[in-house]
Design a protein around this ligand. Structure first.
Ligand code: CA
Length: 220
């Protein structure tokens, strides 16, 4: 899951970035409206967190222009306390949720998970494939009822495949889901995560489609 954060307050952005990366999200940060619009189009995030008070182009205009470009990525707006007109305008302009500053990071994470569930697998928090159950809300995985411990990135990779069962994702698409722009990625990183997932869950959990990519298997 790849998130774009458009926020000019550097210390707030750093705090959010640390929390999101700890949860296994890939995060791109834009400190201005213009950079945010460019990254929203280039990085193809799964979710956007957008501050309305930006120094160059205000957040509301950023949102309107994204929707104008037919970018339908869910957007959670961050607004100043008690700024009711901004919230209403933001929701009217196509935002999916809002959070009033100051907020607890845990609430931001919960709201992002709720948006994620809406984007992924038809609103269901749990994806079941054969004996494997993947809970997208609690980030837990079990095989034949036994819990499986995964690293954050292993879970992110599994989630990327579980969100669209039957779809094939290329190695580059998987890297995009796991790592931010500018983060250095060793060329075999995805293979290592897939190797670990097969070892920890089942060799059939991920199928290799030669020359194309990977898809979720159906381990029995
Ligand atoms: Ca701001």
């Amino acid at each position: 899951m790849r998130i774009l954060l458009i926020e000019d307050d550097q210390s707030l952005a750093d705090g959010i970035a640390t929390a999101l990366r700890r949860e296994g999200y890939a995060l791109d940060h834009a400190p201005s409206g213009k950079q945010g619009m460019a990254l929203a189009r280039a990085a193809q995030p799964d979710l956007i967190v957008l501050d309305l008070g930006l120094p160059d182009v205000d957040g509301l205009s950023v949102l309107k222009s994204l929707r104008g470009y037919q970018i339908k990525t869910p957007v959670l707006i961050l607004t100043a306390r008690d700024d009711l007109p901004s919230k209403v305008q933001g929701l009217d302009a196509g935002a999916d949720d809002y959070l009033t500053k100051p907020f607890a990071v845990d609430e931001l994470l919960a709201r992002l998970r709720a948006l994620e569930r809406r984007v992924g697998s038809a609103g269901s928090a749990e994806v079941v494939i054969g004996k494997v159950a993947i809970n997208l809300a609690t980030h837990s995985v079990s095989y034949a009822g036994d819990p499986v411990r995964l690293s954050r990135r292993e879970f992110s990779l599994l989630r990327a495949l579980a969100e669209r069962p039957g779809h094939i994702l290329s190695r580059e698409q998987l890297e995009d889901k796991l790592y931010s722009w500018g983060e250095s990625v060793a060329s075999n990183t995805v293979d290592v995560h897939i190797h670990n997932l097969r070892k920890k869950i089942s060799p059939e959990i991920i199928q290799t489609i030669r020359g194309v990519g990977y898809k979720l298997g159906s381990p029995q």
